[in-house]
Design a protein around this ligand. Structure first.
Ligand SMILES: [Zn+2]
Length: 281
């Protein structure tokens, strides 16, 4: 396994890692080059490899423009927003296991209440559940741009980019991985049983996990005072982020609907008067 060198940025305090034998990198956060070498915290393992970028910068920009035109409620000029984009290899953990989940659930039934209780055991092999190992990517963001194809893992020594040092130890990552897998199984059971309530307890067999680096485009654009964030899966192009609504468009639509209602009720009143008029004359 490639030897990992960890440095801390003197300007912003960010922790960056790269492989021994490569030229010293600039800080992946702020671009500063004044970096102090330090020993990675005990228990933080070097990534087993990285997944390469398939989506290049041009494609990532196209994906943003397409997403920015997806809703009629977005401001019309959103697709032309000045987007700052950065390719980042984000540290994460991937977990696989065979799940044995014991459950109790409330499902639809032919009883007076229309519900009945059930209990059982379900087995499910699950692969590649990801847990972010740095604050760069939130768990929710990672979930929204997942999955990644982990079988294409390449050796760390071939990585062209320096990367952020992961912050999760194996123990912490395993707890989050088990939590993620357990929840996934619960959601799966809820759907397959059409259950309104599910309680589960899961046993993990053949649990395997390891740290790796995920290719992600992290983007930012400004609208007025607000800074918005966009995240693109560098392997599949799945995109998520903050896309503001145009309040002018929404207000205009509300005004139009109100106008239509007024017009209709006004019209009904007029029709009422007209239908009565023959009797008056
Ligand atoms: Zn920095």
């Amino acid at each position: 396994m490639a030897e990992l060198i960890a440095v801390r940025c003197e300007a912003c305090g960010g922790a960056v890692a790269w492989t021994a034998g490569k030229p010293a990198p600039a800080c992946v956060f702020c671009g500063a080059t004044a970096l102090d070498t330090f020993t990675p915290p005990e228990g933080v393992e070097p990534p087993g490899g990285f997944l390469d970028f398939v989506v290049d910068e041009k494609a990532a920009r196209q994906l943003f423009r397409k997403r920015a035109s997806d809703s009629i409620w977005y401001p019309s000029d959103l697709r032309h927003a000045r987007l700052e984009l950065k390719a980042v290899l984000v540290p994460a953990w991937t977990w696989s296991a065979r799940l044995e989940t014991h459950y109790t659930a409330v499902v639809p039934g032919r009883t007076r209440s229309g519900k009945r209780p059930v209990a059982g055991t379900d087995e499910w092999p699950v692969e590649g559940v990801l847990v972010p190992s740095s604050p760069t990517l939130s768990r929710q963001e990672l979930k929204e741009i997942s999955p990644f194809e982990a079988s294409e893992l390449r050796p760390l020594a071939e990585a062209a980019l320096p990367h952020e040092l992961g912050s999760l130890t194996r123990t912490a990552a395993r707890a989050q991985g088990e939590d993620g897998m357990g929840r996934a199984h619960q959601a799966r059971l809820r759907a397959s049983l059409s259950a309104s309530q599910v309680e589960t307890a899961t046993i993990f067999h053949d649990l395997v996990g390891g740290p790796l680096l995920l290719p992600v485009w992290i983007g930012a654009y400004r609208r007025g005072e607000a800074l918005h964030r966009v995240v693109v899966n560098g392997q599949t192009g799945a995109i998520t982020g903050s896309f503001p609504y145009s309040w002018w468009k929404i207000l205009l639509a509300v005004a139009l609907v109100l106008g239509l209602i007024l017009l209709c009720t006004g019209g009904a009143g007029l029709a009422g008067i007209l239908s009565q008029s023959p009797r008056r004359f």
